[in-house]
Design a protein around this ligand. Structure first.
Ligand code: CA
Length: 188
């Protein structure tokens, strides 16, 4: 429930599990959520000087999250306006059943509350991270993202096939291909 929310430090990923949770002493479900039994976990964060915070979930055994952000006293919360900016079920792109909101215009120093629920009646493990997008980026997603931009021109790419636990070196003649296809342009 909101008054026992877990504090989030900006930029630090936290593990969560919404099994064995309910929805007592908290606001009604926000309009963007998929209905069903609510099994919520509450987090809080303090808005940074930029007034900007972006929040994202990463899926675990909970395979479909939905989130919303509230403000005010923990016992009488109101959703951060506009409601469409502070509520999300599914983000677009990969891992689209996860959730993300991008908030601006927050009051620096104020405490805000983030609620995480499983869509429908879903429960399980997940991760959540909040960042100040003015100064931070979301951590990379293991198995999906490179932690840094990776130039693909004229490179030797090394892959680890995780299922086989066998390193395989693939030499890709990107330079030759790119010269043939888009001469002079380097994909980064
Ligand atoms: Ca979702």
């Amino acid at each position: 429930m909101p008054c026992s929310a877990n504090p989030l430090s900006l930029g630090v990923t936290e593990n969560g599990n919404n099994a064995c949770t309910g929805s007592t002493s908290e606001p009604n479900a926000p309009s963007c959520w998929t209905s069903g039994v609510r099994n919520t976990i509450w987090y809080s964060f303090v808005a940074p000087a930029s007034g900007q915070v972006s929040i994202r979930t990463l899926l675990g055994t909970l395979i479909n999250t939905q989130i919303a952000v509230y403000q005010g006293a923990c016992g009488s919360l109101s959703q951060v306006a506009p409601n469409a900016s502070s509520c999300n079920d599914n983000l677009t792109g990969s891992e689209h059943e996860a959730s993300q909101v991008n908030l601006t215009g927050l009051t620096s120093g104020n405490t805000y509350y983030v609620v995480v629920d499983g869509a429908n009646d879903m429960i399980g493990t997940f991760q959540i991270v909040a960042i100040d997008p003015a100064t931070q980026s979301f951590p990379s997603t293991p198995g999906q993202d490179c932690s840094i931009a990776f130039p693909t021109c004229n490179s030797i790419l090394t892959y680890l096939i995780q299922d086989m636990q066998t390193p395989v070196v693939l030499v890709i003649l990107m330079a030759l291909m790119i010269v043939q296809v888009v001469k002079g342009i380097c994909l980064v």
